[in-house]
Design a binder for this molecule. Structure first.
Ligand SMILES: *Cc1c(COP(=O)(O)O)cnc(C)c1O
Length: 381
């Protein structure tokens, strides 16, 4: 994209207007780049809205009255999925894992054995809001053996950790651009397996002639060889998605993933050396590379810690958790460009200063040393 100077601000702004139309071939090429990123040979549909659009579209397309579904809840999004699943007329079996850990393949296997009629499983890969990640490879193998469809919300994992859609048996894999890809929030994408297409086509209740319709995209776009777009593409967002994926490719997906892992390891190690806070997710292997959640000490309100940390440095990606967890959980976002050594260091410095201001004794020097060592170890592999 070209840039022009803005005479009023005396700075460079991107030129967003008067672009040539985005062609069908270009739109298809962007979908193919996303497919490569997801390690899938299945159809990928780019959808013109934030990732909640394809997530709802998947559920309404694949789930019908009489379905029994397993909804695995490991954070706030699972609750949302449960509401959609019920509104489709499905019987919902809920498996809830504590936000301090992950769902396990054994629990999933037990639920499937107890309810052999389950034909759809919804799972969130990584939870940015609660800082945990689930073992999708193992859970996917269990679901595949049972024969149910597997929907995965990979919005907070794509680019931050391995995502092997086909190898793991994920039938519907949803991503957005706004987390580790450091891209746009206004377009998203979903991969759809052949099994999922069959199920959706057989579902009389699946949305048709609707913004929520996956079938519309199949009939009007994919089946016609992706030569004519069904409506005007969200051009700016699609171009931004392409730039984001290209930038990941240029850096190397493995390097981007390593940066996120290093940010997670450094934040966890730094906080443990700091004192006054503890990682909310107990085991390292259950910690999401995209964000680290922290627990405030007994009697200390997490919101006050966040406010005090931001008073030290307003630029750090530290926030209080939403909703019921706000009093006890602090979230350090280190996804996208924030998966960066300097950002992690600054976050720890701000948390140290904030805690000190609240009268909590901390060891900022030990935190910096531990974070640096953990970053180096993660990069060395
Ligand atoms: C961020 C995220 C989304 C997208 O939702 P927003 O509320 O728009 O950020 C969906 N699922 C998961 C697991 C996410 O982390």
């Amino acid at each position: 994209m070209t840039a022009v100077s803005d005479p009023t601000a005396n700075s460079v702004v991107p030129d967003l207007l008067d672009l040539p139309p985005l062609t069908a071939a270009h739109f298809a090429r962007i979908e193919d780049k996303v497919a490569a990123l997801l390690h899938t040979r299945c159809d990928v549909v780019a959808m013109q809205g934030e990732a909640l659009l394809p997530l709802e579209a998947c559920i309404r397309s694949a789930v019908r009255p009489g379905s029994t579904v397993l909804n695995i809840i490991t954070g706030p999004y699972g609750e949302t999925f449960g509401g959609w699943l019920r509104s489709c007329g499905a019987e919902v079996v809920t498996l809830t894992a504590p936000f301090t850990g992950a769902a396990g393949p054994q629990q999933v296997a037990d639920a499937l054995r107890k309810h052999p009629e389950i034909d759809f499983v919804s799972l969130v890969h990584a939870e940015a809001a609660t800082g945990n990640t689930n073992p999708v490879a193992e859970i996917g193998a269990v679901v595949r053996e049972h024969g149910a469809l597997l929907m995965l919300d990979a919005v907070a994992s794509v680019g931050a950790e391995p995502l092997l859609t086909d190898e793991w048996g994920v039938d519907l894999c949803v991503i957005g651009g706004q987390k580790a890809l450091a891209g746009p929030a206004g377009v998203s994408a979903v991969s759809v397996s052949a099994r999922a297409w069959e199920r959706i086509a057989a579902n009389e209740q699946a949305p048709r002639r609707s913004y929520l319709s996956l079938l519309d995209w199949k009939e009007r776009w994919i089946d016609g060889g992706r030569t004519a777009l069904p409506h005007a593409p969200a051009q700016l967002e699609m171009l931004a998605l392409e730039q984001a994926v290209d930038r990941v490719e240029a850096e190397g997906l493995a390097a981007v993933i390593t940066r996120h892992r290093a940010a997670s390891a450094a934040t966890r190690a730094g906080v443990q050396a700091l004192g006054g806070l503890a990682p909310y997710v107990v085991r390292d292997e259950d910690a999401a590379p995209a964000a680290t959640t922290l627990r405030a000490s007994e009697g200390v309100d997490a919101r006050e810690v966040v406010a005090a940390a931001l008073a030290v440095d307003a630029a750090v990606p530290v926030q209080a958790a939403a909703g019921a967890l706000a009093k006890e959980m602090i979230r350090v976002n280190h996804y996208g460009r924030a998966a960066d050594r300097a950002v992690v260091t600054a976050s720890l410095v701000a948390l140290a200063g904030g805690l000190r201001a609240l009268g909590v004794s901390v060891d900022a020097e030990a935190a910096a040393l531990a974070a640096g060592a953990a970053w180096d170890a993660a990069v060395a592999g």
